[in-house]
Design a protein around this ligand. Structure first.
Ligand SMILES: C[C@H](CCC(=O)NCCS(=O)(=O)O)[C@H]1CC[C@H]2[C@@H]3CC[C@@H]4C[C@H](O)CC[C@]4(C)[C@H]3C[C@H](O)[C@]12C
Length: 324
């Protein structure tokens, strides 16, 4: 399972937790403006916006999981098993394979409004990248500095939902996730009154009782509720470092520790990495399960007019600073 989030602090931030039991050899990858982006059915792009994000690079093609372009538009693909439905290529539409959706959109759009126009004629196809990389069942959160949408192609067709909370997880479909927030309408970051019954005054014996009832388990809907509560109540930090910290704490509220989600064969789903992109400055920060230090890759330190991908292998070893 995974969780994606947006946050406004000093600047605007977008990121996600990638939760899985194995890694696909991902790296922080910059796609510069003149890297030729080839597509199976729609037109190729020889020039496009520069992109930074997490990707598996196969045969010199960036298979992005989450990314941001130089205009600050961001996008993350999260698992949507059983619900994602990719179609055969069709007539009179833009046939974009699921693995092409991130570069297709981030290569040419500046805002969510631009994305909505493109989505109106997109058919997300079941074309595979290769035999080793068949289509993954995904849905996407797409965000600019002002708004987010959730994009889900199911048997019913392509659905584009406004995402007013800027959080996305996995199954089931997005309208259900939003609806369940109603169940938590009494949850509060503030102390709450004793309302149990007239005539019985109950004691507020600890801080934090306002958030009693908030789910703490790892299921998709519970992570949606917990991350939404944490994000929407997060204070707006005044500088870059405290904003980035706050962002990682929002994702940390739903991180998966090894041991808690047993997927069989002695394997556990865990938070492989958490990312936080400053979308105004094109800086991609990440942490990995073992490396709690925050590492940054700045797209503007690369030659964005080049034609070659640039990848940074994740630093995954713990970095402990010995203070004495
Ligand atoms: C598995 C991940 C979702 C995390 C998650 O939710 N895990 C719960 C698993 S479970 O639901 O509990 O079983 C998703 C998110 C993005 C995906 C990549 C997107 C690019 C590329 C697309 C190609 O077509 C296939 C290979 C490819 C590298 C993809 C591999 C994998 O699919 C990635 C990492």
């Amino acid at each position: 399972m995974c969780t994606a989030a947006t946050y406004t602090g000093k600047d605007h931030y977008f990121g996600r937790n990638l939760d899985l039991e194995l890694s696909y050899n991902e790296s922080v990858t910059v796609t510069p403006r003149k890297f030729p982006l080839k597509f199976r059915q729609v037109h190729d792009m020889n020039e496009h916006f520069a992109i930074i994000g997490m990707a598996t690079v196969v045969d010199d093609y960036p298979l992005y999981y989450d990314a941001t372009n130089e205009k600050g538009l961001s996008m993350a693909g999260l698992n949507f098993p059983g619900n994602a439905d990719y179609k055969e290529p069709a007539e009179d539409v833009d046939n974009v394979a699921s693995f092409e959706l991130i570069p297709w959109i981030l290569g040419q759009c500046e805002t969510v409004a631009d994305v909505r126009k493109l989505l109106a004629k997109i058919n997300i196809t079941n074309v595979e990248f290769s035999e080793q990389f068949p289509p993954s069942p995904l849905h996407w959160m797409i965000s600019d500095k002002n708004e987010s949408i959730t994009v889900e192609q199911t048997k019913a067709g392509l659905n584009v939902y406004d995402n007013p909370v800027g959080i996305m997880t996995n199954n089931p479909e997005f309208p259900f996730q939003m609806f369940t927030l109603n169940n938590y309408r009494r949850v509060s970051p503030k102390p709450v009154a004793s309302t149990f019954a007239d005539g019985l005054e109950l004691d507020e014996y600890t801080r934090g009782m306002g958030s009693m009832g908030l789910p703490g388990d790892l299921s998709s809907n519970s992570r949606f509720v917990k991350a939404t509560f944490t994000k929407l109540n997060a204070p707006k930090m005044a500088d870059e470092n405290t904003s980035v910290s706050q962002f990682f704490h929002i994702l940390g509220s739903v991180e998966q520790q090894k041991g808690c989600c047993d997927v069989g064969n002695g394997k556990f789903e865990f938070t492989i990495y958490s990312s936080c992109c400053n979308v105004d400055r094109g800086i991609y920060y990440y942490r990995t399960y073992d490396n709690s230090q925050i590492t940054a890759v700045d797209m503007h330190k690369e030659d964005l007019d080049s034609a070659a991908l640039k990848s940074y292998k994740l630093i995954e070893e713990q970095q402990i600073f010995a203070q004495n």
